[in-house]
Design a protein around this ligand. Structure first.
Ligand code: KG4
Ligand code: ZN
Length: 335
């Protein structure tokens, strides 16, 4: 049995989680605390790196205390400390990783550096200790990545975005429409009751044989539509049509990956998978093919530390650890 504390601070959420698990058994989230900075960055229309790192350093200590209190464990009982070491904002990554290393060092316990994307990738499986073979789609604000997963730690890249990430497209279109940051949930709300066929937006690269994505043409098409219609825009229709284009591209490419690999399971992760229309479209596509769909629960879709703790716990139970002088990697790839 192992107890692990993890810190996530790669972008604008400060998060601390404590997880308990043992090989072959269930894992249990004893605490998962998040201090969101969204309100703070909203007035700037996006994340301001210096503001983010200053607030991580202010929020982290009370959040660690809160996690320990919620988990009902003593800090000396914790067997290992982990933190996201990339990808992300350098100044934000440094706060979390330095704090986790300091705790590991002071208590003489191992430290584990975790790839933020591996946290997202494994988030649908938190609760167990097994990661079955599947096709994984990570769709967040910074990443759109399609992978073949053979098991924990065994990943092959199938495709990714060549320009904007899906969440980034949501956020940029939200900004064009004058909606608050982040645009994703706002566009989902605005799309309710809208006609998905009202505007004919491009599904870039959808029928190309490769498994890469492109969302910048879609974003530009929305911009041209806004300029052409000069204030006569029907917001629900435009939001629904944009959302439909994103969903069709994501579902289409993922199903192509399923056909190519022969896997019978799809797993979705990242902030964009909060979207109900996207979840429903994937469910329908998977049901049609008789394959299973795993999606992280809403609390584990957007940035959180439980997913980082889970990725670290699987490695800790496998006898792995990181060096205390391991650096942070703002552009760390997953594969
Ligand atoms: O995974 P995440 O919290 O952070 C990154 O690692 O990037 O994802 C944040 C992204 C943002 O782009 C946000 O607009 C998007 O997820 N998002 C959504 C929804 N909720 C969050 N996109 C579409 N529909 C939503 N309901
Ligand atoms: Zn993320």
């Amino acid at each position: 049995m192992a107890l692990l504390l993890a810190i996530e601070s790669s972008c604008d959420e400060t998060a601390v989680a404590i997880l308990r698990g043992q090989p072959g058994e269930a894992t249990e989230i004893l605490a998962s605390e998040i201090s969101s900075q969204i309100e703070l960055h909203r007035e700037h229309g996006g994340v301001v790196p210096e503001l983010a790192s200053r607030n991580h350093s202010l929020n982290l200590r009370p959040l660690v205390d809160q996690a320990i209190a919620h988990a009902g464990v003593g800090v000396t009982e914790i067997d290992a400390f982990a933190a996201t070491t990339g990808p992300g904002l350098a100044s934000s990554l440094l706060i979390g990783s330095t704090a986790a290393k300091a705790m590991a060092c002071a208590l003489g316990k191992p430290f584990l550096g975790v790839n933020h994307l591996e946290g997202h990738l494994l988030s649908p499986f938190v609760g167990g200790t097994q990661v079955p073979p599947h096709v994984a789609l990570i769709v967040s604000g910074g990443h759109t990545l399609l992978l073949e997963v053979a098991g924990a730690g065994r990943y092959t890249r199938l495709g990714g975005t060549r320009d904007d990430a899906a969440g980034e497209a949501y956020d940029k279109v939200g900004k064009m429409l004058g909606l608050p940051y982040p645009g994703g949930p706002e566009i989902e709300k605005a799309a309710v009751g809208g006609d998905v066929k009202a505007y004919d937006f491009p599904r870039s690269m959808l029928h190309d044989p490769h498994l890469d994505f492109s969302f910048s043409g879609l974003k530009t098409a929305v911009l041209y539509t806004l300029q052409r219609e000069e204030g006569n825009i029907r917001l629900p229709d435009l939001a629904a049509s944009f959302q439909q284009a994103v969903i069709e591209i994501l579902v289409g490419k993922t199903m192509k990956a399923v056909e190519r690999t022969g896997h019978r399971m799809v797993a979705l992760s990242g902030g964009v998978t909060m979207n109900k229309a996207l979840r429903a479209a994937f469910q329908e596509a998977c049901d049609k093919r008789g394959i299973s769909l795993a999606i992280a629960p809403p609390a584990l879709c957007t940035d959180n530390a439980a997913m980082i703790a889970f990725a670290a716990l699987l490695r800790h139970l496998d006898g792995q650890s990181s060096r205390l002088d391991e650096d942070i990697f703002p552009n760390l790839p997953l594969v």
